[in-house]
Design a binder for this molecule. Structure first.
Ligand code: OOG
Ligand code: MG
Length: 259
């Protein structure tokens, strides 16, 4: 396909100018997954050319809740940039978003390289330096937050913002598949889940990413990589004025406001 670059520019412009666009597959119903990742790669390159740097890798559609909500059954991956990062207590500006949704996730920081086709959750845990709770704010550039699998891959997996906890935890101190999570919106529980909803154990999401990257270009994952393992539950739609608290059992809260 020869219009990879134009598609990447179309999505980048939508993000930069904060306007909704039609799905790429509306005019290009044959868009393959390979084309979709090539568009994402180009979009990432265009951001890098303007001085932005990648700060994390993200997995998407790793829980049944997320898959059911969006009607997609296959895990996907994308890139998070430095400029997307906020920390606990952040005040976000609603007007910078189109139709933001919040999802609670666990992030893994690697202290060693992981590669090959046979990565296990055990190996991931051995190589994990620390984990921390976070909330991802996704904001699809597509109208009505509706898309097909290639569309969402091309759109860098709806990445928009991340709100990180300031507290880091050693993987040995927790059963990382048994962290109860509640997302409160304006004091009311909007959704609850447990970390095992992510592929039975969020370390499996890191292993799946290592395998996907290995198959793509042999890269795998490296020491220092930060991986967001995917929403534990369905994402929750946000409105102007919302106060959001994500409570992670034993790991504390991640809090932000959207003004
Ligand atoms: C795609 C992003 C999915 C996750 O954690 O599952 C994702 C979307 O739902 O728009 O980040
Ligand atoms: Mg996510």
């Amino acid at each position: 396909m020869n219009n990879i670059h134009q598609h990447a520019e179309y999505l980048l412009k939508a993000e930069e100018e904060n306007h909704l666009v039609d799905c790429l597959t509306k005019d290009h119903p044959d868009l393959s997954l390979e084309d979709a990742y090539a568009i994402q790669d180009r979009l990432v390159e265009l951001k890098q050319e303007t001085g932005h740097s990648i700060s994390a890798l993200k997995m998407g559609f790793t829980s049944k809740g997320k898959m059911r909500q969006m009607g997609i059954d296959d895990p996907i991956h994308g890139k998070v940039f430095e400029y997307m990062e906020e920390s606990d207590g952040a005040e976000l500006v609603f007007d910078e978003y189109l139709h933001p949704k919040a999802e609670a996730e666990l992030a893994f920081k690697l202290g060693g390289d992981i590669s090959g086709a046979e990565v296990t959750a055990e190996e991931v845990l051995e190589k994990t330096e620390y984990v921390f709770p976070m909330v991802e704010i996704i904001d699809s550039r597509y109208r009505d937050f509706k898309f097909t699998l290639p569309d969402v891959i091309a759109d860098n997996t709806s990445a928009k913002r991340v709100v990180y906890s300031n507290q880091l935890f050693s993987p040995e101190d927790f059963r990382l598949d048994d962290i109860g999570v509640t997302l409160y919106k304006n004091g009311e529980a909007a959704i609850r889940g447990v970390s095992a909803f992510v592929m039975d154990h969020p370390a499996n999401s890191v292993a799946a990413l290592a395998k996907m990257l290995h198959e793509r270009d042999g890269r795998g994952l490296r020491r220092g990589d930060l991986i967001l393992t995917g929403g534990i539950t369905e994402a929750v739609l946000l409105s102007k004025g919302d106060h959001v608290v994500a409570d992670f059992e034993g790991m504390g809260e991640v809090v932000f406001d959207i003004k």
